[in-house]
Design a protein around this ligand. Structure first.
Ligand SMILES: Cc1cc2nc3c(=O)[nH]c(=O)nc-3n(C[C@H](O)[C@H](O)[C@H](O)COP(=O)(O)O)c2cc1C
Length: 151
C-alpha cells in the first residue's frame, strides 16, 4: 500500500490544526497508509519509505520553522538521489505572509528532486473552518493521487 508521510512543526498550535485536518482528509482514502510525524521526530527511514510527502510549517522570520529545516538538514545528503520525483505539497500557517517559507521549501525540494503536485496551502491569520476544509482537501488529493498511482 502506498504510504503518505505528513511532516510538520507547530509552536502555538495553528499548523498542528492544519496538519490534523490534512491527516483527516488523507485517512478518508482507504488505499493509502498515512503517517504523521513532527519534524524533529521524522527520521531518514520515514522519508525513504514514503511514496508521497506533505510538509507543514509556520512561517518564522520569513522562513520555514527551524524544526522543518532540521529535518532537511538531517536527511538531504543521506537521501540524495533516493527520493527523486517524490510527489509533495506544502501547507503553511502564517501571521500575514507565508510566501518566504514556501519559496525556501520549494527550493530545497528541487534539490531533492521532488515533484510538486498541488498548490501550496497558505493560511494567514486565524484559521477558519474553510481553511480546515481546504487542508482536508489537500490531504485527500495527495492520498487519492497515490492510491490511483497518478503521480
Ligand atoms: C518567532 C516568530 C516569527 C514569525 N515570523 C513570521 C513571518 O515572518 N511571517 C508571517 O507571516 N508570520 C510570522 N509569524 C507568525 C506565525 O507564522 C503564525 O503565528 C503561525 O500561525 C504560527 O504557527 P504555529 O501555531 O503552528 O506555531 C512568526 C511567529 C513567530 C513566533
Amino acid at each position: 500500500m502506498p504510504r503518505l508521510l505528513i511532516v510538520y512543526h507547530t509552536q502555538s498550535g495553528n499548523t498542528g490544526r492544519l496538519a490534523e485536518a490534512v491527516r483527516c482528509g488523507a485517512q478518508a482514502e482507504t488505499g493509502v497508509e498515512t503517517i504523521m510525524k513532527r519534524a524533529f521526530d521524522t527520521t531518514l527511514d520515514d522519508l525513504l519509505e514514503c511514496n508521497g510527502l506533505l510538509l507543514g510549517t509556520p512561517e518564522n522570520f520569513g522562513f520555514m520553522s527551524g524544526a522543518l529545516k532540521d529535518f532537511f538538514d538531517r536527511t538531504y545528503y543521506p537521501a540524495e538521489g533516493k527520493t527523486l520525483a517524490l510527489p509533495y505539497a506544502i501547507f503553511i500557517s502564517a501571521g500575514n505572509d507565508g510566501s518566504g517559507a514556501v519559496r525556501q521549501i520549494e527550493r530545497i525540494a528541487t534539490g531533492y528532486g521532488w515533484k510538486r503536485v498541488a498548490e501550496p496551502l497558505i493560511v494567514r491569520k486565524e484559521i477558519t473552518e474553510e481553511n480546515l476544509t481546504h487542508a482536508e482537501e489537500l490531504g485527500a488529493a495527495l492520498a487519492a493521487g497515490l492510491a490511483l498511482g497518478i503521480y
